[in-house]
Design a protein around this ligand. Structure first.
Ligand SMILES: *[C@@H]1O[C@H](CO)[C@@H](O)[C@H](O)[C@H]1NC(C)=O
Ligand SMILES: *[C@@H]1O[C@H](CO)[C@@H](O)[C@H](O)[C@H]1NC(C)=O
Ligand SMILES: *[C@@H]1O[C@H](CO)[C@@H](O)[C@H](O)[C@H]1NC(C)=O
Length: 370
């Protein structure tokens, strides 16, 4: 390995001996001085430029290659966040075993896969105390349909415990209505905004834009209602693009997402907007509970809706502002046994999505070891 000291010594030798050797070829003292200076300058410039050429510095000091730069770490680990597996503890039915009525002692759990790549990212399931540290004093908004509401349940279970959630479940599950709660213990304000259509989400972002008051974390998602009641793929795509444009107008004001470590013209650097998309679940058409749903919410329709979502460039995965929490993938991994109506899944699926979100937050706020 060639360290900086050895390199320096080598350079000194070159500067000293090369001109001396040349002197042997009968160069005048002035010419020798000239060569000396020229060599010295070349080497000095070379040494100072090396750090800017990663391949050169990697060659010179291999130990530095191992510590990945923070941004590279961020990007590669964010891509691995959805590598999860489920496992059953106890006796579980094959179909529709609800997580809540586990008479047989059935308990489903999940974890990140144990493979080298994923292990290196060191994802962690946050416990209540970790989540409290992370979310202390923040304003979280979750907007969308029942899938988003289930994300709220998972989040509240984590920070309030199940008894706390039992107490408020009545209000939270009031049909088609908003819900707000201040979790005093950790100083977190949580709003659930009933917004079943993409247009409702756009309206919400415009409202924040108008009031110049932004949440710290905004999770949103829609699509199921559109598929059931409108069922027009191209219109869905148009509404997603409108939403994207409207979200982008929020961003220059307060976001860390596109900053990439550069300078952000943000007056309150402590206040950063983190954006997530709550994806549609995998629909199991045969299990859906009305004829209309079975007719309209087909696998083909789901895949066209998904294509529109990708095409709209709303998601970070396709160059947009929102990081997708892939409920479709997470519910598909869990499968038939994790749903009783082919659309709403057991809590374990949304728990996994929540932990993925929290780990993404940790990565984004650089609170991870590098
Ligand atoms: C939240 O932060 C405040 C100060 O900012 C601190 O006094 C309080 O103990 C924190 N609470 C938790 C649960 O971390
Ligand atoms: C959501 O949007 C639809 C269609 O634009 C509208 O009819 C409905 O009133 C909106 N709902 C809410 C809760 O804003
Ligand atoms: C979808 O909406 C577009 C624009 O509103 C319309 O031109 C088209 O005919 C609709 N497609 C279907 C299948 O209804």
């Amino acid at each position: 390995m060639l360290g900086a000291v050895q390199l320096g010594l080598l350079a000194a030798c070159v500067v000293l001996f090369v001109p001396m050797g040349m002197a042997g070829w009968h160069l005048s003292r002035n010419k020798m001085l000239f060569f000396s200076c020229a060599l010295f300058i070349t080497l000095a410039v070379g040494v100072h430029l090396t750090p800017y050429f990663p391949s050169i510095s990697a060659f010179l000091s291999p130990s530095e290659v191992i510590s990945t730069p923070a941004s590279l770490y961020r990007d590669s680990c964010v891509l691995l966040l959805h590598r999860v597996v489920y496992s059953d503890v106890g006796e579980c039915d094959d179909i529709g075993a609800n997580f809540d009525d586990n008479e047989n002692g059935c308990k489903r759990s999940w974890d990140w896969t144990k493979n080298g790549e994923v292990d290196e990212c060191d994802f962690q399931k946050l416990k209540k105390s970790d989540a409290s540290d992370l979310l202390n004093g923040s304003w979280v908004v979750v907007a969308g349909d029942s899938q988003s509401r289930l994300m709220v349940v998972s989040l509240l279970e984590l920070v309030m415990g199940s008894e706390g959630v039992e107490r408020i479940k009545g209000d939270l599950f009031k049909r088609h209505s908003d819900y707000s709660v201040m979790v005093e213990e950790i100083g977190m304000k949580l709003d659930f905004v009933w917004a079943p259509y993409v247009a409702n989400l756009t309206e919400l972002t415009l409202r924040y834009k108008g009031s110049k008051d932004f949440p710290d974390i905004l999770m949103m998602g829609a699509g199921l209602w559109d598929m059931l009641h409108v069922n027009n793929v191209s219109e869905f795509g148009v509404s997603l693009r409108v939403l994207r444009d409207s979200v982008l107008t929020l961003l220059p004001v307060s976001s860390s997402l596109d900053a990439g470590g550069g300078v952000v013209s943000e007056p309150k650097p402590s206040h950063l907007l983190h954006l997530f998309w709550v994806g549609m679940p995998t629909l199991i058409t045969s299990m859906l509970n009305t004829a209309e749903k079975k007719q309209r919410m087909t696998a083909a329709m789901c895949s066209s809706y998904d294509k529109e979502l990708t095409g709209s460039k709303l998601l970070r995965q396709s160059g947009g502002p929102l990081l997708k929490l892939d409920i479709g993938l997470l519910s598909d991994f869990c499968g038939l046994r994790c749903t009783s109506d082919g659309m709403h899944y057991d809590e374990v699926v949304y728990d996994a999505a929540l932990q993925i979100m929290l780990n993404a937050l940790l990565i984004e706020s650089n609170q991870k070891p590098q």
